[in-house]
Design a protein around this ligand. Structure first.
Ligand code: CO
Ligand code: CO
Ligand code: CO
Length: 318
């Protein structure tokens, strides 16, 4: 066994806390961080799908405060049934997003499959002392969210042909926006914990943060930014199955104020694609962090609640 391997077996981390990346310590100063993600098209436009899938794959690196280095494509495509131009456009979307992230795509693997799928395996690097996980949120920290939620609900509305072009553009823009600006801020502001909001929804990822950090959270529905249209679609019960599953799975850990109706709970549990960062930041720093972020980022970061002492419920929502 190589020396590198021996050194690392005990110090490397998998996903035991639903952490965003695998961490492999390469020396006293640095670790390699790695993540992989791919999924089926959520929008009709192949180029936009490629961009969204790539932004989503990169997000786990950013959620840890890491620097992506390079990526590999993972592709499934029905080469015998669909025009290869579509595949080219998906790959171009991914490539352009990686250019924006300043990293090369150095290869990949593709298979023939009936349903197209695309995503990236991303390798990154981070200084060991700068690693930010989801397990260090502290009591009294503010909870900051950097993008509006509801992309699952809107994607379902798009599939049912209920969303107009403005709504489609709005959700595509949210999903293709990289989390790099927020990520670059994490270490400058003594952030205690961070994760990205993806498939388990805001409630799911916040619940994992609470569990791993041994704290509870208090959030206000009215403070949570929603993509335009989400509220009304949810009210009409246009909700993806995955979001309903999220709520079923996580609601035993959550105390909802009786004022919070079921469709609002489903919005909070909505499965996101390429959602924003969920940041735990000391109150002394959070305003400064938000001010600095909001000067440059496309979406307004907001405080949606705070962490409190560990309680019977992991999350209190009013
Ligand atoms: Co993640
Ligand atoms: Co992920
Ligand atoms: Co191969």
């Amino acid at each position: 066994m190589s020396k590198l391997k021996q050194n690392n077996l005990n110090e490397s981390k998998g996903f035991e806390n639903f952490d965003d990346c695998a961490i492999f310590k390469i020396n006293e100063k640095q670790s390699i961080i790695q993540t992989v993600d791919f999924f089926t098209p959520i929008v009709d436009d192949p180029y936009l799908f490629g961009q969204i899938a790539a932004a989503n794959s990169l997000s786990d690196i950013y959620a840890m405060g890491g620097q992506p280095l390079f990526a590999l494509n993972i592709t499934a495509f029905p080469t015998d049934k669909l025009d290869l131009n579509i595949l080219s456009k998906i790959l171009l979307g991914g490539q352009d997003k990686c250019l924006e992230a300043n990293i090369p795509i150095l290869g990949g693997h593709s298979i023939k499959d009936d349903i197209p799928k695309y995503g990236l395996a991303v390798s990154g690097i981070i200084e060991n002392k700068k690693i930010i996980t989801n397990s260090n949120a502290k009591i009294n920290d503010d909870i900051i969210l950097t993008k509006p939620i509801g992309s699952g609900i809107i994607s379902t509305a798009i599939k049912k042909n209920l969303a107009n072009n403005t709504t489609v553009d709005a959700v595509v823009n949210v999903m293709k926006t990289l989390n790099n600006t927020a990520s670059n801020h994490l270490y400058n502001f003594k952030v205690n914990a961070c994760t990205d909001v993806t498939g388990y929804g805001l409630l799911g990822h916040l619940n994992e943060m609470c569990k791993a950090s041994k704290v509870s959270a208090k959030i206000n529905f009215s403070d949570i930014p929603l993509i335009d249209g989400v509220f009304n679609f949810a009210k009409q019960n246009i909700i993806p199955g995955g979001s309903k599953n999220n709520l079923n799975f996580y609601q035993k850990n959550i105390f909802f104020d009786p004022e919070i109706s079921n469709f609002k709970k489903l919005i909070l549990a909505d499965a996101q694609t390429s959602g924003g960062l969920l940041i735990s930041c000391p109150k002394s720093e959070s305003k400064k962090l938000i001010n600095s972020l909001n000067k440059i980022s496309k979406y307004k970061s907001v405080i949606i609640g705070e962490f409190i002492e560990k309680n019977k419920a992991n999350i209190f929502c009013k």
